[in-house]
Design a protein around this ligand. Structure first.
Ligand code: PEP
Ligand code: MN
Length: 360
């Protein structure tokens, strides 16, 4: 990405003071819902009004968006409220329609960023057009794919580009809908300090009560702004009801964010620290999975021993595990006391599990 120039957010006609707020419902549902939400958002720090009109849904049969009709509502909102407007585009036709109806900013969704064919089609449609484009991370945690999409759009001549971090799909259960994997946007920022980066706490959190902590984290990591889903009656929303908040709630949340002003040096340090912490969290998860796997195998052994009427504790086996582990530990710089402690605890837990099985 070294040959690309990124324009600052001021060039988008925005006040770039952090946090730049993009807000609006997950989906445009009706003209009234959209206009009412926009009017209430006028009392907040929101600068850009968002609404999805073509909705990528996991299963067919869910609400898939109102389509072009919604573009007319957005055009009216722009005229009556002065908000800049943004919507998601997933193909060349969407780009053409959105521009025709005066949408100010386009965004590419997570399910599109994963597909270079789709991103290239959008890039081709943008050839010769001067409009800001925001690119959400791909669903899978792949920073190269994210950069690739940014490069494709930049190669079409677009200079007003921003990234949106909306979290990543993960197999492991987390409290969030999409795992934040903060090290990925941090890596993106490390590569290109001048690329504006927004956080979408709504799609990361998946639940309104987790929005504040995700938004605060994004501010602490020096993100430029937030894209937040807001609905006049969240519980009645046709999509993503659990994660939307009212304009009033949005206002309170944004006002309560603590903005730490850091000099570039300490900021770099914090980002690096955050990257390492995320890595530790990931490794701890891995340790848990390995322990879970080990305990399962120990339980199978317990069942075997019960069937064959053998004692649980077989000292010879335990001695050999311990000496083998101490040796392996020493090779990677871990003391024998540490290895003894950790393996004794694991061994004890296995014995407890096997004892339970024997007594069943
Ligand atoms: C959205 O912003 O409503 C949306 C569909 O987002 P994502 O592409 O992040 O899932
Ligand atoms: Mn949504």
């Amino acid at each position: 990405m070294t040959d690309i120039q990124f324009a600052p957010l001021e060039d988008w006609g925005l006040n770039a003071e952090r946090p730049v707020i993009i807000a609006g419902p997950c989906s445009a549902e009706s003209e009234e819902q959209l206009m009412e939400t926009a009017l209430r958002l006028k009392d907040t720090q929101t600068q850009v009004f968002r609404a999805g009109i073509w909705k990528p849904r996991t299963r067919p049969g869910s609400f898939e968006g109102v389509g072009v009709e919604g573009l007319k509502w957005l055009r009216k909102i722009k005229a009556e409220t002065g908000f800049k407007t943004t919507t998601e585009v997933a193909n060349g036709k969407h780009v053409f329609e959105a521009i025709k109806y005066g949408i100010d900013i386009l965004w590419i969704g997570a399910r599109t960023t994963v597909n270079p064919f789709a991103v290239q089609e959008i890039a081709d449609a943008l050839e010769g057009v001067d409009i800001p484009v925001m690119i959400k991370n791909p669903i899978n945690p792949d920073v190269e794919l994210w950069c690739g999409a940014i490069e494709r759009i930049a190669k079409a001549g677009i200079t007003r580009i921003a990234a949106i971090h909306r979290g990543f799909s993960s197999y492991a259960e987390t409290k969030y809908r999409n795992a934040p994997n903060w090290q990925l946007p941090i890596e993106l920022k490390r590569r290109r300090m001048d690329l504006p980066v927004f956080c979408d706490p709504s799609h990361i959190a998946g639940k309104s009560e987790l929005l504040t902590e995700v938004s605060q984290r994004a501010m602490d990591l020096n993100f430029d702004g937030l894209m937040i889903e807001s609905h006049i009656t969240p519980e009645k929303a046709w999509s993503d009801a659990r994660q939307q908040i009212t304009p009033v709630e949005l206002n309170t949340m944004v006002r309560n964010l603590v903005l730490r002003h850091m000099d570039p040096g300490s900021n770099g340090f914090l980002q690096q620290l955050e990257g390492y912490r995320s890595e530790i969290d990931r490794l701890d998860d891995e340790l848990m999975r390995v322990l879970e796997e080990r305990m399962k195998v120990a339980s199978h052994i317990g069942e075997c021993k019960k069937e064959n009427n053998v004692t649980i504790l077989q000292s010879g086996r335990w001695d050999s595990i311990l000496s083998k582990s101490i040796e392996a530990g020493l090779e990677i710089g871990l003391s024998s006391e540490f290895i003894k402690k950790i393996f004794s605890a694991i061994h004890q837990e296995s014995i407890n599990k096997q004892t339970k099985i024997m007594n069943q």
